[in-house]
Design a protein around this ligand. Structure first.
Ligand code: MG
Length: 161
């Protein structure tokens, strides 16, 4: 693993933990709004992100390096609505997709085939992440100001395993 790839992977460990931190913060806000279903969904999402971070950390170790853990920025604590939460989550996932695409470019440039093979999983995963988050954005836009509609979606979000 060359220096540039090593740095990029370390940065992505921080990005994934920041995602976990952001989604956990969103979960606490949603819980406070009595949207327990969405709060649950976001908490599960946060644990997924922590798993992504560990997966990258272990890959760096498997390649014979010591991962360098960096500071994680404080996430926002307040949102205006569940829709605003999911819009912010979607924008964040698009940022994460861009991070992986850049890493993939660097891996190709370095002819680092192990990194390319590893990153393929994340590239595919990001398609799913953007799709599911966008579905919530679309559904929340659909119900608009309807409290009944919002509670129905909240109930649906509670079913995430
Ligand atoms: Mg992730």
């Amino acid at each position: 693993m060359n220096d540039q790839i090593f740095r990029a992977f370390n940065d992505q460990i921080r990005e994934e933990f920041h995602s976990a931190w952001l989604y956990l913060s969103m979960s606490t806000w949603l819980e406070n709004q009595n949207l327990q279903g969405f709060a649950h969904w976001m908490k599960v999402q946060a644990t997924e992100e922590a798993k992504h971070a560990m997966k990258i950390l272990e890959f760096v170790q498997d390649r014979g390096h010591q991962p360098l853990l960096q500071g994680i920025a404080e996430p926002p604590h307040q949102w205006k609505s569940a829709l605003e939460v999911f819009e912010a989550a979607l924008a964040h996932e698009k940022h994460i997709t861009a991070c992986f695409q850049k890493m993939m470019d660097q891996a190709h440039e370095a002819k680092d085939y192990a990194a390319i093979a590893f990153l393929n999983w994340f590239i595919t995963e990001q398609v799913e992440e953007e799709k599911t988050t966008d579905e919530w954005v679309q559904k929340l836009r659909m119900v608009g100001e309807s409290k009944g509609g919002l509670l129905q979606l909240d109930h649906q979000a509670a079913k995430r395993g």
